[in-house]
Design a protein around this ligand. Sequence first.
Ligand SMILES: [Zn+2]
Length: 357
Amino acid sequence: MHAFNGKAVLKETHNFKVHLNIQFMVSYKELGLVNTKDMFAKAIKGGYAIPAFNFNNMEQLQAIVKASAETKSPVILQVSKGARNYANQTLLRYMAQGAVEYAKELGWEKPQICLHLDHGDSFETCKSCVDFGFSSVMIDGSALPYEENIALTKKVVEYAHQHDVTVEAELGVLAGVEDEVQAEESHYTKPEEVIDFATRTGCDSLAISIGTSHGAYKFKPEQCTRDAETGRLVPPPLAFDVLDAVMEKLPGFPIVLHGSSSVPQEYVDIINANGGKLPDAVGIPEEQLRKAAKSAVCKINIDSDSRLAFTAAVRKVLSDKPGEFDPRKYCGPARDLMVELYKHKIVNVLGSEGKAI
Ligand SMILES: [Zn+2]
């Protein structure tokens, strides 16, 4: 089952005790996972996008698997470095394996589930994920100078491809906050760089910056207009001209959009009505994501919307029933609301329903 990768490390401590740090490798194929290659090829051809939902706890994972199984949508389970630290890497691996089995139990005969590292920050992190059963990794060198981004990405690609693991890279900088990823300002991807970058790195997909942003506060009020009737912020449109130019340079190449939550106002309202404080939280309108999903954009990352659904449900239960202290009584409704959210995204936004039968 597990291949021993021959890296037993002997460490001598000050009192001369010897510790064996034995690493085991596991291939994602043994876990029943798939990489993104076929998923993306079919998505580009079919004019839809694969959902990439982040998870870091059991309820989120249950909800993602249930929604994907019930809609027969291919899905990318996405884990950031922070989530990996939160949930524990060993537990995560078995959770992903469990997700495949749970999907089958739900009647999805051939689940197409990918386990992907979101925003890998170093070769070592990516390598460790490949060795731990991930079927896809992202190396985010977007904050580095161009040549350094290429060198780092290429190194990750060379290792990952030996194990049939696909690699997502990033060019251009997204604004916003997501775990350890943080940038004040966004810089659109330069279309003139993408051919050189994709050719020299050998990456399988490319995350680009066209105005999406991480977190629940994607835009500052001064970047938006305000709807006179509702008083809500209206965000600036995505830079579809940049996307078009990238697609012209790299025809048929898989493009990824990060920071693509829509920040549903009904969740924000529930949170704010039940003791929360999220003034002016604003996301990417779903019709813009729908438009992007029909193009070479074949992976759309959604994290904040699920956090908002979870928090809205928990806040509502706890404020309606202050005596409640059984976590199942508030995590259960949170899970139900997330299933609803994920299904809505799959069916009405990404168009991936029925694509993994
Ligand atoms: Zn991201």
